[in-house]
Design a protein around this ligand. Structure first.
Ligand code: IPD
Ligand code: CA
Length: 258
């Protein structure tokens, strides 16, 4: 299968899995590492369905997933990185802003990705070297200076030691840009940058499944994704900070963050 065919298979699986997310009944939220870090029966069901569909599409593929501790080798020939519900807190609170995020990697490099927001029926997708798309139409990062854009951030809710620094950067972002947003889904924040809706997104600690798909979508839309100090993202499965923006705005952000 080509990366383009795999991208299509991911999107079909996400459309199917999204049916489980719409109008959920009796959401049972359990905490994982702390009171903010939640998992529900829907996260698990969405992940199971995606794994079943993607295994059928690409037999032998490996998985690196948020739920159920399924963390296969990141250098595998065929690997899917899955965040079944990115924005679980939003899902539990019925804020209707969450996404299904899947990246396909070959030997440690993301080749195809799709992020689906079922609440507004928006499918963001990308294949390496072929551009980024929203519901099949090309998308591009915003070329405007940072001061003319809205800046998204995540609060790194599972890392309280980063709270002071996060909100200091958010304060500086607010003073520099038009306004800030904390929307509750890293995957959708990345897609907002890719679609030119937000000028930048930063968060001081997120997991590979939060950003793997969105990062390819941003870079294929003409932006860049690094750590918040401008250095390359790791490929170890460790948590990392993330800064996503068009190159000029990333440079402005790095200057502002000093
Ligand atoms: C979280 C969301 C949130 C971000 C956290 C992520 P989850 O993912 O993307 O916006 O601030 O860092 O972990 O736990 O809902 O899948
Ligand atoms: Ca997530």
């Amino acid at each position: 299968m080509s990366p383009r065919e795999i991208c299509a298979a991911i999107q079909t699986a996400e459309w199917d899995a999204a049916k489980l997310m719409r109008q959920p009944h009796d959401i049972l939220a359990e905490s994982k590492t702390d009171h903010r870090d939640l998992v529900t029966q829907y996260d698990r069901a969405v992940q199971e369905l995606l794994m079943e569909r993607l295994s059928a599409a690409l037999p032998g593929a490996r998985f690196f997933c948020e739920e159920n501790d399924r963390h296969d080798d990141l250098q595998a020939e065929h690997l899917f990185i899955i965040d079944p519900i990115d924005g679980t807190m939003n899902f539990v609170r019925r804020l209707n802003h969450s996404a299904i995020s899947v990246a396909y990697t070959r030997f440690g490099r993301v080749e195809a990705a799709a992020v689906y927001n079922p609440y507004v029926d928006e499918m963001f997708s990308a294949v390496r070297g072929e551009g980024a798309f929203l519901n099949g139409k090309p998308i591009h990062v915003d070329p405007a200076p940072l001061g003319e854009t809205v800046i998204c951030f995540g609060s790194a809710p599972y890392n309280p030691e980063l709270t002071e620094r996060t909100f200091e950067l958010a304060r500086r972002s607010y003073l520099t840009g038009l306004d800030v947003r904390r929307q509750g889904s890293a995957a959708l924040d990345l897609c907002s940058v890719a679609a030119g809706r937000a000028g930048a997104y930063f968060e001081l600690s997120i997991s590979l499944w939060d950003y793997a798909a969105g990062a390819l979508i941003v870079s294929e839309a003409g932006g860049q994704v690094t750590r918040v100090d401008g250095s390359p993202l790791p490929w170890t499965g460790a948590k990392t900070s993330v800064l996503a923006a068009e190159a000029g705005k990333a440079a402005e952000f790095l200057e502002m963050a000093k």
